[in-house]
Design a protein around this ligand. Structure first.
Ligand code: BEZ
Length: 283
């Protein structure tokens, strides 16, 4: 690794909201399916951890195009899939998923789900305390929160190259980073503060083969950087980032990898918001 990973960003209070970050990521379901199907495929172990049962009610938070929501529903659980992107929700509905647009930082559910599931979405929600509070509210007593997100050091080489390209242009690269990648201690503490008992919470390094070129990954996921630049400058910026990453992330066959590090956890709601013990609902 050529540079150290990006420094952990400060707690929520100092963090920019998604709206303050400037140009936001826009999701094109067709492009996502082409370049990012591996994200759902790699979510398979999380489905095993979720272990959804027939008759359970499950919220899929940040469902994207609903690929994993469908798999959960196939277990016999009743799934509501939510995502901030209207385009992804339309794709999920087209795929037969019960889905609606919702802001994960402002969830309005109240003690209605046996489980909240989330794969590769929580790192886009920078107001993490608001997210965890909303999930705690949404769960029935004893309900579980099973999730995987980018953890500390996730895609650090890619983030560094994106930021360095901005800095070279006299722009504030760090301010354009839209992602929250916490370590296990930080997120575990957050979960406990909101009344969860943490059953497991760990960082999993996962260098991941990409289905295509790094430029495709950047086109799919890095618009908060590229769309801050004038259109005429974007191609050169992306080429510069790709060239910086090639020595570390392109192998001798020309295949690209991303330096993912996942934070995976299972937590159970054991306290109500007023701090009282909330035993699991009777079966
Ligand atoms: C992730 O799943 O870790 C991720 C995806 C897109 C951008 C950054 C991280």
């Amino acid at each position: 690794m050529k540079r150290p990973g990006p420094k952990a960003r400060p707690e929520d209070a100092n963090r920019q909201t998604s709206a303050e970050l400037g140009p936001t990521q826009h999701w094109d379901p067709e492009r996502y399916a082409r370049n990012a199907r591996f994200v759902a495929d790699l979510g398979a172990p999380l489905l095993t951890l979720l272990d959804a049962k027939p008759g359970e009610r499950v919220l899929d938070l940040g469902c994207g195009d609903g690929h994993l929501s469908r798999t959960i529903a196939a277990s016999g659980a009743e799934v509501l899939a939510v995502d901030a992107s209207a385009e992804q929700i339309a794709a999920a509905r087209d795929a037969g998923v019960e889905a609606r647009v919702a802001d994960g930082e402002k969830l309005e559910f109240d003690s209605e789900f046996d489980a909240v599931f989330s794969n590769a979405a929580l790192h886009w929600m920078t107001q993490a305390d608001a997210v965890v509070a909303g999930v705690a509210r949404a769960l029935k007593p004893g309900g579980r929160f099973v999730a995987e997100m980018g953890g500390a050091g996730n895609v650090a080489r890619i983030v560094n190259a994106l930021v360095a390209g901005f800095d070279r242009r006299g722009l504030d690269g760090a301010a354009a980073v839209p992602w929250y990648f916490p370590d296990a201690d930080e997120y575990g503490a957050k979960l406990r503060r909101h009344g969860f008992t943490v059953e497991s919470c760990e960082i999993i390094p996962r260098m991941t083969a990409l289905p295509g070129a790094m430029a495709d990954w950047l086109a799919t996921f890095a618009e908060t950087f590229t769309h801050r630049l004038p259109p005429a400058e974007r191609e050169a910026y992306v080429a510069e980032v790709v060239a910086a990453l090639a020595p570390d992330l392109r192998d001798s066959q020309g295949n690209w990898h991303a330096d993912y590090r996942r934070l995976r956890f299972v937590a159970r709601k054991t306290l109500s918001p007023d701090g009282l013990a909330s035993p699991p609902a009777a079966a």
